[in-house]
Every structure is written in structure tokens, then in C-alpha cells.
Design a protein around this ligand. Structure first.
Ligand code: FCB
Length: 444
């Protein structure tokens, strides 16, 4: 293995999520999700954009799989739209919706691409939201039933399951900060929702294992951030080390150690959720792997004796105004490895960047910034592996430009450009670069 290469069998992939790419919002019996309702509410999403059509992946999945094959990826992480397969969230399964995922999985396997299926990437059926949604404890059971049904339908071919994507977003971004569907601002409810997401994960894992086979593996994808000091000073270092990183602390110690750290509730904003006997054991059940979604670190400094998270004036930033810091990824991987005693395989389930992508005269996208971003993050991952981290794969976010939640279509994360009018896909330079990385299994 040369110094730039990854271990044999390392899985390179691309990632998407149902509401961001599928479109076909009203087809074949699909019902409404909280994101349909939210995006159709004036003022919630930039330019009033919705996922009604998005990348029309529902119809164009064959060509999208062919495109992935051309890129030479070994894995595709996609999510199932819950209201497409269970329009009421529970009960009646919509065969036509199920059939789409059946076709997609077969197409992927035919192309030699391993499916990683996320069951919940934020598009809750509104039928369930109207019954209390994530704030209702029953959701853990609703989710497990859905997870079991999907495993029964696809588990003969799909080995890798991700219960939830970024529960921090489901709980806090959606219920405290109001930026994501359903757009509420209620910290107490957010904490309860966080607990229910964890419970749904734990019960969901049980359901998937019960419905699966010997090869079934299940995990979760967390947006685990990383704290860094703003300045190279003792005070800032201590501030960063001691600051509660909400992305990390609500979910990592809970899932791996079975408790909420007390300091989460030091802040008078949050009180402990309603935890029933047995919950923490369910939540802390063994995971087969952990998915890490990494984009950016959080910088801390001390101002007038107070610890603050701040923008780095000397930092490099993407179009999302997220600081570029591959070192944060390297340190995060080492930290997770230490915290899980290196007993848990890790996957980077998302990493990538939005840039303006101004087309050249011939229409090509020479996204040198994204190429450089990816190269430096791949290198951080490679260094972490050299340090002994059991990192098994890396999914780039995203396969193609898509509906970026509250930003609508204004932020491009794709390594492939999507023309939303013609639905033409065009490889950006970063796609060509990624193809070389996949072929060499090395940072090139
Ligand atoms: C993550 C989401 C993903 C995408 C990227 C940019 O938080 O999981 O769907 O929007 O951010």
C-alpha cells in the first residue's frame, strides 16, 4: 500500500436523500411529507422552491445508476421516502412505491454498486405528524414497523441499513430553531424529540435485525461536529475542549454509553426529557457501524471571560458559509475511534461542499475549489486510517446538485451538475477527479 492509498475493499460512494432528488411527489400513491408541506408554505424555503420535481431521480434512476457506474463508485447511499411506501405512515403499504426501491436496488446490484439505505432522511409522512409526529413517543413503534417492512422487502439484497440521518437536525434544527420542517421553536419539545429519535433508532435496529439475515448490518448517520480553538492560545484551547458540542454530545455518549451527559441540562434552556425505564438500554444497543457526516468544525474563543462560538476571520469558507477544515475530520475520526475503543467500523456517510460553480464559456464546471476540498478531506481520512482508525468507506455528498432544504436549489453540492430544466447531468471536474480516486483507491 503506497502512502496515498486506502485499504483494499475501501468503499467509495456517493450519497443522496429521497426528498432532495426523487421528485414525483404525487405519483404512484405517494402521500405528503412534512417537507412537502413545509416547502409549500410561503417563506420557508428560498425562492419558494420545493422537491416536487427535484432531479426526477424517480424516473431517471437508471441513467443515474449508469452515471455512478461510469464514476466507478462501489456504493450508493440513498434514502427511502416513508410516505411513498406507507402513505399513512403505518398500516397499508403502497406496492407501487415499494416497487421503485425494488427496481433501484436491482439496478444498483446489476451495476456492481452496494446500496446503503437510510430509512429516515427527514421526510416524515404528514399523516404521522398530524398524530404528534416526533413529539409523540409512539413514533418509535411506527418507525420500527416501517423499518421491519423495508427490511422484509429489500433485506435479501440490501445488507447495510442506516436508521436515521442526523437526528440533531430532526430534533433541534426542526423543533428549536425552526429552520427545517416542521419549523417549530420550542426547546423543551426539541429535547423530547431528540429522545424519541434515539428510541426510534434503538427499536428500529431491533426490528431490522429481527427481519433481516446474518448479513444485515445497521447503524446511524450522525452529524458529529468538532470543536476547535479560534486562536492558538491556552484559553481558546480550553474553551474548545470544554464546550458542549451539541451535534456530538446529544447523540454520541447516549448511543455509545447509554446516558445523557449532565452538562447538556446545565443550560437552563433544556430540561431532561421524559425517559421511561428501559429506554437507555434500548438506545445503547450495539451498532454494527457508525456513519459520520462531517462538513465543518465549530470554533471557540473567550470574549470578556465568556466562551463563544465564532466565525474564523482567517478561515476558508464554502458557499454555505461553513469553514473548510479537513483537520477537524481527522481529529473527529480519532476521537470517535478512541471513544468506541476502535470496536466500531466507521463510514463517512456524507462529506462535500457547496460552491457557486460558475460555468465556463463551454458550459463546463471547473470546480477546482471542490476538487481541492475533497482531496484534502480524503487525505485527512487516509491519515486517520494510518493512525489505526477502522474507517471502511467514504460517501461524497452529493452525487448531483439537488434540493438543499431551506436553501432550495441555490446551493450546489453535486459532483455532477443537474440542469433542472432539461434534467441533463454533466460531470463537473470534481466528478472526473473522484473517478480517478475510485479507480486508484488512493488520494490522487
Ligand atoms: C446534511 C444533510 C444532507 C445535505 C447536507 C449538505 O446535513 O444530511 O441532506 O443537505 O447536509
Amino acid at each position: 500500500m503506497s502512502t496515498d492509498s486506502f485499504p483494499d475493499g475501501f468503499l467509495w460512494g456517493t450519497a443522496t436523500a429521497a426528498y432532495q432528488v426523487e421528485g414525483a411527489a404525487h405519483e404512484d400513491g405517494r402521500a405528503e411529507s412534512i417537507w412537502d408541506r413545509f416547502s409549500h408554505t410561503p417563506g420557508k424555503v428560498k425562492n419558494g422552491d420545493t422537491g416536487d420535481v427535484a432531479c426526477d431521480h424517480y424516473h431517471l434512476y437508471k441513467q443515474d445508476v449508469a452515471m455512478m457506474k461510469q464514476l466507478g463508485v462501489g456504493g450508493y447511499r440513498f434514502s427511502v421516502s416513508w410516505p411513498r411506501v406507507f402513505p399513512q405512515g403505518v398500516g397499508f403499504a403502497n406496492a407501487r412505491g415499494m416497487a421503485f426501491y425494488d427496481r433501484l436496488v436491482d439496478e444498483l446490484l446489476g451495476a456492481g454498486i452496494r446500496p446503503f439505505v437510510t430509512l429516515y432522511h427527514w421526510d416524515l409522512p404528514t399523516a404521522l405528524h398530524d398524530r404528534g409526529g416526533w413529539a409523540n413517543r409512539d413514533i418509535a413503534g411506527w418507525f420500527s414497523d416501517y423499518a421491519a417492512a423495508m427490511t422484509k422487502a429489500l433485506g435479501d439484497r440490501v445488507k447495510d441499513w442506516i436508521t436515521l440521518n442526523e437526528p440533531w437536525c430532526t430534533a433541534f434544527l426542526s423543533y428549536e430553531f425552526g429552520e427545517h420542517a416542521p419549523g417549530l421553536r420550542n426547546p423543551a419539545l426539541a429535547v423530547q424529540v431528540a429522545h424519541h429519535t434515539l428510541l426510534a433508532h434503538g427499536m428500529g435496529m431491533q426490528a431490522i435485525r429481527a427481519a433481516g439475515n446474518m448479513q444485515t448490518r445497521v447503524g446511524i448517520a450522525l452529524n458529529a461536529g468538532y470543536n476547535l480553538p479560534l486562536a492558538d492560545s491556552e484559553a481558546d484551547r480550553v474553551a474548545a475542549e470544554n464546550a458542549v458540542d451539541p451535534l456530538y454530545e446529544w447523540f454520541v455518549p447516549t448511543i455509545f454509553n447509554g446516558y445523557y451527559t449532565e452538562r447538556l441540562f446545565d443550560d437552563s434552556k433544556y430540561r431532561s426529557p421524559d425517559i421511561r425505564p428501559g429506554d437507555m438500554a434500548v438506545i445503547a444497543a450495539r451498532n454494527d457501524f457508525l456513519g459520520v457526516n462531517y462538513y465543518t468544525p465549530t470554533r471557540y474563543t473567550v470574549v470578556d471571560g465568556q466562551v463563544r462560538s465564532v466565525r474564523n476571520p482567517n478561515g476558508e469558507y464554502t458557499e454555505m458559509d461553513w469553514e473548510v477544515d479537513p483537520e477537524g475530520l481527522y481529529r473527529l475520526l480519532l476521537k470517535l475511534c478512541a471513544q468506541t475503543k476502535n470496536q466500531l467500523p466507521l463510514y463517512i456517510t456524507e462529506n462535500g461542499a457547496a460552491y457557486p460553480d460558475i460555468p465556463a464559456a463551454d458550459g463546463a464546471i471547473h470546480d477546482a475549489d471542490r476538487v481541492s476540498f475533497l482531496k484534502r478531506h480524503f487525505d485527512a481520512a487516509r491519515r486517520a486510517i494510518r493512525e489505526g482508525v477502522d474507517l471502511r468507506g467514504y460517501f461524497v455528498w452529493s452525487l448531483m446538485d439537488n434540493f438543499e432544504w431551506a436553501h432550495g436549489y441555490t446551493k450546489n453540492f453535486g459532483i455532477v451538475k443537474t440542469d433542472y430544466i432539461t434534467q441533463r447531468r454533466v460531470f463537473k471536474d470534481s466528478a472526473l477527479y473522484f473517478r480517478n480516486v475510485c479507480a486508484a483507491n488512493a488520494v490522487v
